[in-house]
Ligand binder design. Structure first.
Ligand SMILES: NC(=O)c1ccc[n+]([C@@H]2O[C@H](COP(=O)([O-])OP(=O)(O)OC[C@H]3O[C@@H](n4cnc5c(N)ncnc54)[C@H](O)[C@@H]3O)[C@@H](O)[C@H]2O)c1
Length: 656
C-alpha cells in the first residue's frame, strides 16, 4: 500500500522530530497537538533543528521543508486524508486510548494507525477499537532526526500488509527499520538495556562503588558518558517508570532497585531538576573527582546484554541480525551484543552470568535457557520469523528455508546445504555458506565443522539457471565460488565433507575444499563439466590433482566419468566409508571423537601446514613447523595435553 499522506499526533520531543524527518524526506505531513501554543513551541524547535542542518551544510532549502508541515489542533480534521497516522502523545495508556478511539472513527478504512510507544503493548492500546488490524508499532529513537533506527512492531492483530507497508515507509524516509514480531515489553533495544539499568542500581544499593567511580571507569573505557551521568541526562523519572513497568510485565526483580526510587521521591530527576546522581550546572554534570572503580567490569554488561538478546531470540521477538542493528543504531554504538557473543565462548558467558546471579541474587541475571544448555552459538545464528501458519499467534525459529542450515552440536557445527532436492549450489547457497563460515571462523566453542546436504544428497553441483549478463559476469560467478571454497579450505577448524547420494561438479569441489572426506559406499562422485561445455570452475582441477596426482585427476576431469565412494576410498580421496543408513550419526561420532581428542590451536596450525605443503619448499615448510611448535609452547592446551597424558585421563582443551 502506498503511503502519501501522513499525520503525526502529538508535537512534543518525539512528534515534532518525526514530522521533521518526514518533511525532510520530501513528503507533506500534518502535525496535531492540543493547542496553538504547544504547536508554536514545536514550530520553533523544528526551525532551530533545520538551522543546524543548514549550518552544517546538510540542507539548503529550509523554507521548502517548513512549507511541507501543516499544523492542526483537531484530530478529525488532521487525519481525514491520512494513509498513515503516527501517534506520539505521552506514554499514558488512557491518553493513547482516547487518541486511538478518535482515530478509529475519523480515519479512512485502510489508514494505518502507528504508535511511537516505548513500552505500552499495542494490544492494550488497540483494545476496544474496531481497526485493530491497522495498529502497528513505529518506535523512533530520540532524537528522530539523528538516530536511524525504527523498530516496526506487530501485535497479534496487525495485518501483514500494514506491517510490511510501515517497514517500507520507514526506509523511504531514510531510516533503518528492524522487524519486531511480538509486542513484548521494551521491544528490542529498551529490553536489552533493562537488566543493566537494574545492575547499575544494585551497584549503588549494595555500596559496591560510587556513581563517580563507575562513570570514571566508563570514560576510561572510551564511552562518551558514564551510566549515571546518562541516567541524569535522560531523566531519573524515565528510568524509574521503565523499571516499574518491567517489574509488572517482565519480572518482579525489577522492583528490587532502591536508589532510583529514592531519587524519584525526592524529585531529584537529573538535568531537568538540576540534581540527580549529580548536581547539574549550565547543562553540565558536576562529577566529583574519583578513581575508576574495579567493582564493575565491561564483561558484566556484555554478558547481561547477550543474555537478554538470547531471551528475545528464544521468544521469537526478533532475529539476531535485527537485534545487532537495533542496539548499534538505537544506542549509537559501534557494535551490539551479537558481535560480542561471537567472540566469546558459551562457557565464558555462562560463568559470568552465574557469578552475577550469585553476587546480586537477581533471577533475571541467570543464564537464559539456551546459554544454560550450551547453545549460545546456535541461537545467535538463528533466523527468526513468524511461521506462516501461525503468523497471527506466535513467532518462532525457522531455519528450514535457509539455503544453508547451521546446527550446533556441542563443539561441532553441521552446515547443511538446503536448496532443491539435489542441494544445488547457487548464489544464495554461496552467500549462506560464506556467512556461516565467517560466523564460525573465530568461535572458540566450535572445533569441527561437518559440511553436508540436507536429506540424502550431498550436492549434485552448481545450479546454472541464473542469467549472466556477460562472459565477465560468468567469470566472476566462478571467482565467487573459488573465494568461498578457499574460505572453507582455510577456516581454522577441522572440516569433514559427508558425501552421500550425489557429489558432482561444484558439490565435489566443495568436498575437496574440506580437510577430511567420508562417504557412503555408493555415492556418485564426478566432474561432469567437460561434457557440458565447461570446466570445473570452483577449484576442482587444482584440488583433485593435489589429492590424487595429475594423471588420475586428468582422467576424471577429462572424461567426466563417475566413480563411487568405495572407489574414492581406494584412491585415498575418502578416509572412511559408512553405511547409507548411518552416515549422519557415524560422521557426527567421528567429529565428536576429533573434537574431544585434538587441541584446537594445534589442529588449526597443523591444517595450515598440510595445506601449504604442496606449494612450499621443504625448507620453508620445516621452518613453518618449527615456528608453529614455538607458538604452541605458550598455550594452556599444551600443559593440559601433557598433564592429561601423564594422568591417564581425557584432555579438556579450551583453545587457549
Ligand atoms: N522522549 C523519548 O526519548 C522517547 C523515545 C522514543 C519513544 N518515545 C515515546 O513517544 C511518545 C511521546 O513522547 P515524548 O517524549 O515526545 O512526549 P512529550 O511529552 O514531549 O510530547 C507529547 C505531546 O503530546 C501532546 N498531547 C497530549 N495529549 C494529547 C492529545 N490528546 N492529542 C494530541 N496531542 C496530545 C502534548 O501536548 C505533547 O506535546 C511516548 O509514547 C514516548 O514513550 C519517547
Amino acid at each position: 500500500m502506498e503511503i502519501k499522506n501522513v499525520t503525526v499526533i502529538g508535537s512534543g520531543i518525539m512528534g515534532h522530530g518525526i514530522a521533521e524527518v518526514i518533511a525532510l524526506a520530501g513528503l507533506d505531513v500534518n502535525l496535531e497537538d492540543v493547542s496553538e501554543e504547544v504547536l508554536n513551541k514545536a514550530k520553533a524547535s523544528i526551525s532551530a533543528s533545520l538551522d543546524r542542518l543548514v549550518n552544517s551544510g546538510k540542507l539548503k532549502n529550509k523554507e521548502e521543508v517548513l512549507s511541507r508541515i501543516h499544523y492542526f489542533t483537531q484530530i478529525p480534521e488532521s487525519v481525514k486524508d491520512a494513509d498513515l497516522v503516527i501517534e506520539a502523545v505521552p506514554e499514558v495508556l488512557e491518553i493513547k486510548r482516547s487518541v486511538f478511539d478518535q482515530l478509529d472513527k475519523s480515519t479512512k478504512d485502510n489508514a494505518i494507525l502507528a504508535t511511537n510507544t516505548s513500552n505500552i503493548r499495542l494490544t492494550e492500546i488497540a483494545e476496544g477499537i474496531k481497526k485493530k488490524g491497522k495498529v502497528v508499532g513505529m518506535h523512533f529513537f530520540n532524537p528522530p532526526v539523528v538516530l536511524k533506527l525504527v523498530e516496526v512492531i506487530r501485535s497479534q492483530y496487525t495485518e501483514d500488509e500494514v506491517f510490511d507497508s510501515v517497514f517500507e515507509f520507514s526506509k523511504k524516509i531514510g531510516k533503518t527499520p528492524i522487524k519486531v514480531y511480538k509486542d513484548t515489553p521494551g521491544f528490542v533495544v529498551n529490553r536489552i538495556n533493562a537488566p543493566e539499568s537494574l545492575y547499575f542500581c544494585l551497584v549503588i544499593d549494595k555500596g559496591l562503588a560510587k556513581p563517580e567511580e563507575v562513570d570514571r571507569f566508563a570514560r576510561s573505557q572510551g564511552l562518551p558518558m558514564g551510566p549515571y551521568e546518562l541516567m541524569d541526562y535522560v531523566g531519573i523519572d524515565t528510568v524509574y517508570h521503565s523499571l516499574q513497568y518491567y517489574a509488572k510485565e517482565l519480572s518482579p526483580d525489577y522492583s528490587k532497585c532502591q536508589v532510583y526510587t529514592k531519587l524519584f521521591n525526592e524529585k531529584k530527576l537529573g538535568l531537568k531538576t538540576g540534581e540527580g546522581f549529580y548536581r547539574w550546572v549550565n547543562g553540565k554534570a558536576q562529577i566529583p573527582e574519583a578513581k575508576p572503580t574495579k567493582a564493575v567490569e565491561l564483561m558484566d554488561i556484555f554478558a547481561l546484554e547477550i543474555n537478554e538478546a538470547v531471551k528475545i531470540i528464544e521468544d521469537g521477538v526478533a532475529s539476531p541480525d535485527d537485534i545487532e542493528t537495533g542496539v548499534k543504531l538505537g544506542m549509537n554504538r559501534p557494535f551490539g551484543p551479537i558481535t560480542v557473543a561471537k567472540g566469546l565462548t558459551n562457557a565464558e558467558v555462562k560463568a559470568k552470568l552465574e557469578s552475577l546471579y550469585q553476587k546480586f541474587g537477581v533471577e533475571i541475571f541467570k543464564p537464559a535457557k539456551s546459554i544454560a544448555e550450551g547453545k549460545l552459538k546456535s541461537v545467535i545464528s538463528m533466523q527468526v520469523a513468524p511461521k506462516a501458519e501461525e503468523k497471527k499467534e506466535e513467532a518462532s525459529y525457522v531455519s528450514s528455508s535457509d539455503p544453508v542450515i547451521t546446527e550446533i552440536k556441542g563443539k561441532i557445527a553441521v552446515l547443511r546445504i538446503n536448496n532443491t532436492k539435489n542441494n544445488l549450489i547457487n548464489a544464495a547457497v554461496m552467500d549462506g555458506l560464506e556467512k556461516a563460515l565467517n560466523d564460525l571462523w573465530n568461535s572458540r566453542d566450535i572445533s569441527v565443522i561437518i559440511v553436508t546436504g540436507n536429506g540424502s544428497v550431498f550436492s549434485a553441483g552448481a545450479q546454472l539457471d541464473s542469467f549472466f549478463n556477460s562472459t565477465f559476469d560468468f567469470m566472476e560467478f566462478s571467482r565467487r565460488g573459488e573465494r568461498v571454497f578457499k574460505l572453507l579450505s582455510e577456516i581454522p577448524k577441522v572440516t569433514i565433507a559427508e558425501m552421500k547420494g550425489y557429489t558432482l561438479g561444484g558439490g565435489f569441489e566443495m568436498a575437496l575444499a574440506c580437510d577430511i572426506r567420508v562417504a557412503t559406499e555408493d555415492v556418485q562422485i564426478g566432474f561432469p563439466e567437460v561434457t557440458l561445455g565447461l570446466v570445473p570452475g570452483w577449484g576442482g582441477t587444482q584440488r583433485l590433482s593435489r589429492a590424487v596426482g595429475q594423471s588420475r585427476a586428468a582422467y576424471y576431469v577429462l572424461t567426466g566419468e563417475r566413480f563411487t565412494g568405495k572407489e574414492a576410498y581406494d584412491m585415498g580421496i575418502v578416509s572412511k566409508v559408512f553405511s547409507k543408513d548411518t552416515i549422519d550419526s557415524d560422521t557426527l561420532n567421528l567429529a565428536q571423537t576429533i573434537a574431544e581428542r585434538v587441541a584446537p590451536i594445534s589442529a588449526a596450525l597443523a591444517k595450515r601446514l598440510v595445506l601449504r605443503s604442496t606449494n612450499t619448499s621443504l625448507d620453508d615448510g620445516l621452518e613453518m613447523e618449527a615456528i608453529s611448535m614455538g607458538l604452541l609452547y605458550g598455550t594452556e592446551d599444551l600443559k593440559e595435553g601433557i598433564s592429561a597424558f601423564l594422568g591417564k585421563r581425557k584432555p579438556n582443551y579450551q583453545g587457549k
